[in-house]
Design a protein around this ligand. Structure first.
Ligand code: N01
Length: 617
């Protein structure tokens, strides 16, 4: 795997030294070997679903709420019920306000707005997508993010200020979990019940089961036996660790800490733990690929000089540059875009302006390997202990997993009190009363932190935590048992006026906030049209839904081949490529911006094509 040539790049701004690879087979073989090490040890079913009433209930409890809900049970007739107070709930509320639709409620299990940013307050938490494209409504609010990659606490505060500025708190009902939903054909209303005894009757319901809300625990035996302290990163216990989301974990000075998981969350939390813990053992199954972070304070003068319309333009530019590899002319120049540009350069080198498919695919693969080689070089240049460095090198195609960006993660392993245990071949055997056992060695610790991500490979209703009864008693759990079935990801036959948002059967986006924003706007357009045109119920025609499923099936065929070569993770449903319950595997419609353009054209026609409206008498 020695570099033999140098790429000439068309883009002078790439921060990496150039490397190329000669023999693709060497890399293919190595990558498959690394994947196979992990395959037998994994699978969505090796994760425990959280039992909210059982011994594991504490892992899902809200450490941020000041007390239980005090609001008495509510009953209300609503125009719209929005389930989820993250970016989707915020955008839906703001856009409904603009249309003068005022009779709505926004419901959430959390005790405030913010969604993922409400829950994830672990030390070091930041958004790894540039704040200038990630945060919604920047032009409307005039808010200037303090940094290029802002802290989670800044995003959470921004969510709360958006809610306050738009009077959304008066529509909010927090600390409330939906328990069921039933469609009444006669009145064309949904009856929605909650665990707090509320009963809402709503004309429209918008729901996002939440991408990163349900903690995932590994299926390691003995979790409940541990006598020390433990929690999931999305339920961080600052009372135990001390400090806050910026660090300062002083209570850990005399604590032996274990953290399981090195995904995007682990990468951000580990440097903070390394700073304070008496000792830290990192249990890693698959290394994250770590590119430089390159954070910086916002240049306020630059920000103020941006022309009207810049925000949408920058968001679109980012989507195109990060996902499409079709343009080198990008507003954003971050790690996502740099990788895409790097590949684009390689494609250009191989075939000029019009490469053949063969040249295109070859350059894509070759440049992926060479990019990773450079990042593996980076591990060697930062991590002093060669044994630790070797463990931290990732061997899978770059987009098989969420890429990591950090300037602090790798140096943390130069701290002598930080150890790393590779569990790829010898998985964690069990948790005991006193620690974590791998092979015949027990790592005794005081604290175990699960940075093990969120539930993905389960049915929509499992993740949502409630079932939905549609027309003629049809259950959503049955309809979606093998995977989603919708039209454009929004509406499903026999479940009228119920909108699904989030990663349903939509486009793919590196900037999820933009995807949610586009979805919420599209939904509000349909709701508004129903009001204006006197439509009482709306759902897809069976043909349109079947057609959309077919489109996604065709789109995902190439993706499946690629995902099969990937190391297991949530992008490929832990290696279960044929299991369509995870929409990332069998149900995405190409790049987000193409999906957004398609929705825009659909709205412009004004025909509600593919939908079957029932008009009020
Ligand atoms: O979760 P993950 P996350 N033994 O599922 C490991 C977003 N995010 O919370 O890779 C040992 O990615 C598992 O190992 P492996 C972002 O979209 C965004 O880190 O499966 N290890 C992995 O290392 C991201 O994709 C930001 O082999 C076990 C880890 O647990 C999503 O959130 C910041 C194991 C889980 O990684 C989730 O990230 C943070 C076992 N038995 C997160 N079981 C932003 O900046 C699991 N693991 C926007």
């Amino acid at each position: 795997m020695t570099p033999t040539a140098t790429l000439t790049t068309r883009d002078p701004h790439l921060w990496v030294p150039q490397r190329t690879v000669e023999d693709l087979e060497v890399f293919r073989k190595k990558y498959l070997e690394e994947r196979d090490k992990r395959l037998p040890n994994t699978g969505a079913d090796t994760y425990n679903p959280i039992d909210f009433t059982g011994e594991l209930a504490s892992y899902d409890a809200d450490p941020h709420a000041e007390g239980p809900r005090t609001l008495a049970p509510q009953t209300a007739e609503l125009d719209v019920l929005v389930i989820g107070a993250g970016f989707m709930g915020l955008t839906a509320g703001i856009e409904l306000n603009k249309l003068g639709i005022d009779n709505y409620k926004i419901l959430d299990v959390a005790s405030d707005f913010g969604g993922t940013w409400y829950w994830n307050r672990y030390p070091g938490v930041r958004c790894d997508v540039e704040a200038y494209v990630y945060l919604p409504y920047l032009e409307e609010t005039g808010y200037i993010p303090t940094e290029r990659y802002v802290r989670g606490s800044e995003i959470f505060a921004y969510c709360k200020s958006l809610a306050a500025q738009n009077d959304l708190y008066e529509h909010a009902i927090f600390q409330t979990r939906v328990t069921g939903m039933t469609w009444d054909e006669e009145t064309a209303r949904w009856t929605v019940t909650t665990d707090a005894g509320d009963e809402f009757r709503a004309r429209f319901v918008a729901t996002q089961s939440g991408l990163f809300t349900r903690p995932h625990l590994p299926g390691i035996p003995g979790i409940e036996k541990f006598k020390g302290h433990s929690f999931h990163t999305s339920r961080w216990d600052f009372e135990y660790t001390g400090g806050d989301t910026t660090g300062g974990l002083e209570n850990l000075r005399d604590k032996r800490v274990a953290i399981i998981g090195t995904g995007a969350t682990g990468v951000q939390a580990i440097p903070q733990l390394a700073k304070y813990a008496e000792s830290l053992v990192v249990f890693q199954r698959t290394p994250s690929q770590i590119a430089p972070r390159e954070n910086a304070e916002t240049d306020v003068e630059w920000f103020k000089s941006l022309p009207k319309g810049w925000h949408q333009e920058r968001r679109t530019s980012f989507d195109k540059c990060a996902m499409d590899r079709a343009t080198i002319d990008c507003d954003v120049d971050d790690g996502w875009v740099k990788f895409a540009k790097y590949q684009l350069n390689a494609i250009y080198e191989a075939g000029g302006e019009s490469p053949s498919l063969e040249q295109f695919m070859d350059a894509l693969e070759r440049s992926d390997y060479s990019w990773s080689e450079m990042l593996r070089d980076r591990v060697d240049s930062v991590v002093e202990d060669p044994a630790k460095a070797e463990k931290l090198k990732s061997y899978y195609r770059t987009m098989c997993k969420r890429p990591g960006f950090s300037d602090e993660f790798l140096p943390a392993f130069n701290n002598e009190s930080v150890d790393i245990v590779d569990t790829a071949e010898t998985p964690i055997d069990r948790i005991t009363e006193t620690g974590v056992v791998v092979g015949d060695h027990e790592y005794e610790v005081d604290l175990i932190i699960y940075a093990t991500g969120f539930q993905h490979g389960r049915t929509w209703t499992d993740k949502a935590g409630y079932d939905v009864e549609g027309r003629n008693g049809i259950k959503l759990s049955e309809k979606f048992a093998e995977g989603l079935s919708t039209y454009h990801g929004f509406l499903s036959v026999d479940f009228p006026n119920l909108f699904f948002l989030g990663y349903t059967q939509t486009g793919q986006a590196s900037n999820i906030a933009h995807l949610i924003d586009q979805q919420a706007n599209h939904m509000v357009y349909i709701i508004d049209k129903c009001f204006k045109d006197g439509i009482r119920a709306i759902e897809p025609t069976p043909e349109a839904e079947a057609g959309w499923n077919q489109t996604l099936l065709e789109q995902s065929t190439m993706r499946k081949d690629w995902l099969t070569t990937c190391t297991p993770g949530h992008y490929n449903n832990e290696g279960r490529i044929l299991d369509k319950r995870n929409p990332l595997v069998g149900g995405v419609y190409g790049p987000g911006f193409e999906f957004f353009d398609m929705l825009k054209a659909w709205r412009a026609s004004g025909q509600l094509e593919g939908l079957s409206p029932t008009y009020s008498a």
